[in-house]
Design a binder for this molecule. Structure first.
Ligand SMILES: *Cc1c(COP(=O)(O)O)cnc(C)c1O
Length: 462
């Protein structure tokens, strides 16, 4: 008992210590190299010790975490990390996340966690409005777009088989009518993973060819018969391009197919008036997956799924058990999520949306796109080939052949001013610049561009 009381008394200094260490870490991001230090990464091997036999003081545990962990991180919380379309975390979301962690609520059910269910309910309504989705679509916070795709496709699988007289939740896929799944040739790898998990098959898909920007060619969508699901994309991971939603939805719906949108980052164009024409028609789809941890800049992990036919998502996800409270008409998050027990992801999103407001979200998204255009202009101006139409936040640049491009990327990562990765775009090696963070300023772009040009020019002169 005394131990427990001591444990509680010890909480405050520990949380203060964590806050101090975190503040110190964040304040240092501007000065340190963006990539993790090689020595610090090597030192991580020292963590692989036997589990200590006896307790250790909590402050010593935290100190060790900071000493080993912080120098070995990627500075993706800073303004000059441009890899993987990952985004940062707005300070208000980090703070809200800490407070909600202290609450330690299980966000499955409003009876057990009324506060977090209420914050999520409101955040989901705001998100539907902001993203221009149907007001009565079901929504849920999941771990990321991978899981958002999985949940939406589970709802799709339910609905298209129910229309064929088959109850997939009860009877599984054995003996079920086959489902035709259509994807674009540029569909994200996580979509295939979701298809595999759901028994729809990673390879058992009809692939529609794409154009030079990675957009599905609507005229190549085949006629569909029987249970069918068409998967489209808002925001290609390389080019940022959008599939032609209006045509694809019209054709797919004419044939009775379900249309699912993977909009991990691109769906946020809907929240920015200046970009909304890019995603025109996306609201005609049947389901949508997106991330809050990418462009809304909340901490991991935070993805979203929305499904027009709320009953389809509920049928695929709901859980009942004698010990679980029945909540009557109250909205129950776990009726729509793959998990039962779950952290309060919606709190972070609620905090971001409250702090930014509608105009702040639009400004964040539009500012990232303006930064991407500045990169493209600077690179083109210096004579380098930008391989994509820079319509969103993605820039693909080539520094010559694959070897030259790879060499520039390696040297840039070692230099540490900024961090960009390698990709392949329609047969060409390219450096990919993804601008996705609230923290990126004009000066970050200028500093990064200067480093890229300095390194590229040095190497190409050799
Ligand atoms: C990032 C991304 C995903 C996967 O999202 P996670 O949040 O990492 O699960 C899926 N599709 C696209 C287009 C993405 O950019």
């Amino acid at each position: 008992m005394d131990d427990q009381i001591d444990g509680r008394d010890a909480v405050n200094p520990l949380l203060h210590d964590a806050a101090l260490r975190a503040s110190h870490y964040l304040a240092g991001l501007d000065e340190r190299p963006v990539g993790p230090g090689a020595d610090a990464v090597t030192r991580l091997a020292e963590l692989d010790q036997p589990l200590n036999e006896h307790p250790q003081a909590a402050d010593a545990v935290l100190r060790r975490l900071d000493e080993f962990g912080s120098p070995a991180t990627m500075a993706s919380a800073g303004g000059r990390f441009f890899g993987f379309v990952v985004g940062g975390a707005l300070p208000v979301t980090v703070a809200a996340n800490w407070l909600a962690t202290a609450w330690d609520q299980n966000s499955a059910n409003p009876t057990g966690a009324p506060a977090t269910a209420a914050f999520e309910f409101v955040a989901l309504r705001w998100l539907r409005e902001l993203l221009g989705l149907p007001p009565d679509a079901a929504g849920a916070f999941v771990s990321g777009t991978t899981m958002g795709n999985l949940c939406a496709l589970a709802a799709a699988r339910h609905a298209v088989l129910a229309r064929a007289g088959w109850d997939v939740e009860a009877d599984g896929l054995f003996g079920a009518p086959p489902i035709t799944v259509v994807v674009g040739a540029e569909a994200h790898p996580t979509l295939f993973k979701a298809l595999g998990v759901l028994g729809l098959g990673r390879s058992r898909v009809v692939t529609v060819p794409v154009d030079g920007q990675g957009r599905m060619r609507a005229e190549r969508l085949p006629r569909l018969a029987g249970p069918s699901i068409v998967c489209v994309q808002a925001g290609n991971v390389n080019t940022g391009a959008f599939d032609p939603f209006a045509e694809l939805c019209e054709q797919a719906h004419r044939d009775g197919a379900w249309v699912h949108v993977d909009g991990a980052f691109g769906l946020w164009a809907q929240a920015a008036p200046a970009l909304r024409q890019l995603s025109a028609g996306v609201d005609q789809a049947d389901s949508w997956a997106t991330d809050a941890h990418k462009w809304l800049n909340v901490p991991y992990d935070s993805g979203l799924v929305f499904v027009r036919d709320a009953n389809a998502l509920r049928a695929a996800m709901s859980v009942t058990a004698a010990y679980l409270p029945t909540t009557g008409n109250a909205w129950t998050p776990s009726d729509f999520t793959p998990e039962l027990s779950r952290r309060a992801r919606g709190v972070d999103a609620w905090a971001a949306l409250s702090a930014l407001g509608r105009s702040g979200v639009a400004a964040l998204v539009e500012r990232c796109c303006a930064h991407a255009r500045a990169f493209a202009q600077g690179l083109r101006g210096a004579g380098f080939a930008v391989l994509n139409e820079v319509v969103l936040n993605q820039v693909l640049v080539s520094f010559g052949d694959a070897q030259a491009t790879r060499g520039v990327i390696e040297a840039l990562q070692a230099d540490g001013t900024c961090w960009c990765g390698l990709t392949q775009w329609q047969g060409h090696a390219a450096m990919r610049i993804s601008v996705c963070s609230w923290a990126t300023t004009d000066s970050d772009v200028q500093r990064s561009l200067a480093a890229i040009l300095r390194i590229a020019n040095q190497r190409l002169r050799q």
